[in-house]
Ligand binder design. Structure first.
Ligand code: ATP
Ligand code: MG
Length: 463
């Protein structure tokens, strides 16, 4: 072999092995207007305006994600997301009423009155071969990954077909164009919508490692749409669930709300339990459940049933209530321990709440505007039993009386306490002022005493 042919062979081999595998973005199946049911009539005006404006500026822009998915399923989308080839700065330049948000994943919020339209620049693959040194530098600047494979920066921009491959589920990667009214399907989303399947795009393990929240999204949409989870999408869930501990506690707070307060909380919770996704979020509660703490499972499930029912009736729900329910079994356990050490009932409850909330902040950061009412809801459970004198009247004016009362009813419903007190409060609220006086005289004296600690405090030393 001559030296030049050796060099040639070496070049060929090094080309083959040192370069990342050539990334082939998927091509689209185009579904024409007469073969799908997405109509401009059902798309909100603000979203259409954003698309039009971007088009006028010479950019491509599509409706994508939940908006297209829900319209294809005949439902009413919660919000409308837009994907474009304009960079966040270019989008920002096209709309006065907009701002760039996020660092890990930069997007633009365009505001129309009280409405916000989310505009996302097409994302590209992080493993795409870079063709020039400057491109490489840029990609490094916009992309960062931890050792476990988690993307801590996901701001590599790309083309629409690359963008499709970067989305989470096939059914969330359908693009609607208001130029030709066609739906563009790059990853088989239409087929999965028809077959009612939740399928992650690409290699499931890699995609979960890149962003473990995708595992939560899998169960959320499976529950919300009542779809099955495709076999390869399902397989790594249990194994990789512990990766959720790497997600920031602040991001987790928003995710939990979407999981448990979207109307299918019970079903979502059941799937989270099936795949071990609840434990990394609420480790203390999971410990109670594992110890078969009586009533823990029942109260959580009943709390979710009640929340789902309220959402179905368009009644307001607050995260404070659902978080108060989930952490209640832990609060109760620690409250008892502190009571047993001799601390009086209400201070013991304060200490228990403090301890439980402090630990919980490590995995799901509950903002103060919710943790304060949670503490009140818990405290009201003690105070609602003590009703004599002016106490009951005063409690009716408590800021969180309603939530505390609902919580009491839930505890009765879940069999945690004997029924009766809830009914009494219901009657008391509705009673005439004169009847209220009579009701107060019938309260058993034992109900009014604070619970005493078992262990006596040591007697004071004589001076
Ligand atoms: P809904 O708004 O009804 O809850 P959605 O699918 O629109 O559902 P969003 O959170 O609004 O959910 O996200 C919009 C789109 O962004 C998704 O449909 C999906 O294409 C993409 N997406 C969201 N989160 C991720 C993620 N973690 N990884 C990859 N793609 C994602
Ligand atoms: Mg959305």
């Amino acid at each position: 072999m001559t030296s030049s042919s050796v060099t040639g062979l070496w070049k060929k081999l090094s080309n083959k092995f040192s370069k990342p595998t050539q990334y082939a973005p998927p091509s689209a199946t185009i579904i024409p207007r007469d073969e799908h049911c997405v109509s401009r009539k059902h798309i909100n005006d603000a979203a259409i305006k954003v698309i039009r404006r971007l088009n006028e500026e010479g950019f491509d822009a599509y409706l994508v994600g939940g908006g297209v998915r829900d319209l294809l399923l005949g439902g009413q989308p919660k919000d409308f997301d837009i994907a474009t080839n304009a960079t966040p700065e270019q989008v920002r330049g096209a709309f006065r009423n907009s701002r760039i948000i996020g660092r890990r994943f930069r997007i633009v919020h365009v505001r129309f009155g009280s409405e916000i339209i989310e505009v996302t620049t097409f994302r590209g693959g992080h493993d795409a071969p870079s063709t020039s040194a400057s491109n490489n530098v840029q990609r490094n600047k916009h992309s960062a990954r931890t050792e476990s494979g988690m993307l801590t920066r996901d701001n590599v921009y790309g083309s629409v077909n690359e963008d499709a491959a970067r989305r989470d589920l096939t059914i969330n990667a359908l693009y609607y164009s208001s130029r030709d009214f066609c739906v563009y399907d790059y990853v088989g989303g239409m087929r999965d919508l028809e077959q009612k399947l939740i399928r992650i795009i690409g290699d499931p393990e890699t995609r979960y490692r890149e962003d473990p929240v995708r595992m939560l999204r899998v169960v959320r949409f499976a529950a919300k749409l009542n779809f099955d989870i495709e076999q390869h999408t399902e397989e790594p869930l249990k194994r990789l669930a512990p990766l959720l501990t790497d997600i920031s506690a602040a991001r987790m707070f928003d995710e939990v709300i979407k999981l448990l307060m979207s109307g299918q909380g019970l079903q979502t919770y059941a799937l989270m339990q099936r795949y071990g996704l609840f434990s990394p979020l609420f480790p203390s509660t999971q410990k109670m459940l594992n110890q078969h703490e009586p009533a823990a499972e029942t109260i959580i499930q009943q709390g979710l049933i009640n929340t789902d029912a309220r959402i179905a009736e368009n009644k307001p729900v607050t995260p404070a209530f659902i978080y108060a329910v989930i952490l209640w079994p832990v609060v109760k356990r620690i409250h008892k321990e502190i009571l047993d050490s001799g601390v009086p009932e209400i201070p013991a409850l304060h200490q228990a709440a403090e301890r439980v909330l402090r630990k919980q902040q490590l995995t799901v950061a509950i903002p103060k505007r919710f943790s304060l009412p949670m503490r009140d809801i818990w405290e009201l459970q003690s105070r609602l039993t003590r009703r004599s004198g002016k106490r009951a009247e005063l409690l009716l004016d408590h800021r969180y009386f309603r939530a505390g009362f609902d919580f009491l009813l839930l505890r009765e419903q879940a069999g945690e306490i004997e029924p009766g007190l809830g009914q009494w409060w219901l009657a008391f609220q509705e009673a005439h002022i004169d009847t209220r006086g009579a009701m107060l005289t019938q309260i058993p004296a034992s109900d009014d005493k604070p619970r005493t600690s078992r262990r006596r405090r040591s007697p004071r030393k004589p001076r």
